[in-house]
Design a protein. Structure first.
Length: 206
């Protein structure tokens, strides 16, 4: 396999064939908690992308200097430092949104996607490949999160990013908002539908 093909596979695999949320069932907590609106889902996606990209690159760059006995501690230190930066920036730039996300930003530290990529990939590959892997997993994570948030906010409130798309009965329109989609269990259902759809497509291609 050529280097270009290998790099392309590293980037596309977590987006399509081995999505971290839909196929590996990682990072599901945030998918349930913050996917009730497009705004919170987008901010969480950007936060996870920042932490995942920089943690992968940093850990990959110093992997030869990390003793095997303390590698998990070193990884968590890097990840925790990046999460603190994200939390501080979010509080400074968008305080109200920061309060909505509250503890879920802090829990990025324990996100299985970030810890998993640091241990399984960044510790074994050079920085440029670790960067590609981080971008692929970030895109795969974001697509699921934003896809679930799109359906939940549109059907649950009739809006997207807080802007009314379907005029609800309460506002003199025709759409009766289905509040079931604003509840966390709806995210389970939607992720299940996405997993089914991905598997159907994969079977047809094979």
């Amino acid at each position: 396999m050529s280097q270009v093909s290998s790099t392309r596979e590293i980037l596309t695999s977590p987006i399509f064939t081995n999505n971290p949320v839909a196929m590996q069932v990682l990072g599901v907590c945030s998918a349930l908690a913050v996917s009730n609106s497009m705004q919170t889902a987008l901010v969480m996606t950007l936060a996870v992308t920042f932490v995942l990209v920089f943690s992968n690159v940093i850990i990959s760059s110093i992997r030869h200097f990390i003793p095997n006995s303390v590698r998990i501690i070193a990884q968590m230190t890097v990840i925790a430092s990046l999460v603190i930066i994200v939390d501080m920036v979010l509080q400074d730039v968008a305080y109200e949104l920061s309060k909505q996300l509250s503890v879920f930003v802090s829990l990025i530290i324990t996100n299985c996607i970030i810890m998993g990529r640091a241990e399984a990939f960044a510790m074994k590959h050079p920085p440029h490949l670790a960067l590609v892997d981080a971008l692929g997993n970030s895109i795969g994570y974001g697509l699921i999160l934003l896809g679930v948030a799109f359906v939940r906010e549109l059907l649950g409130r009739g809006s997207l990013f807080g802007h009314e798309i379907l005029t609800t009965i309460e506002n003199g329109g025709w759409y009766l908002a289905n509040e079931m989609f604003t509840l966390p269990p709806s995210a389970f259902f939607l992720i299940g539908v996405m997993i089914w759809a991905i598997k159907v497509v994969q079977r047809k291609r094979s």
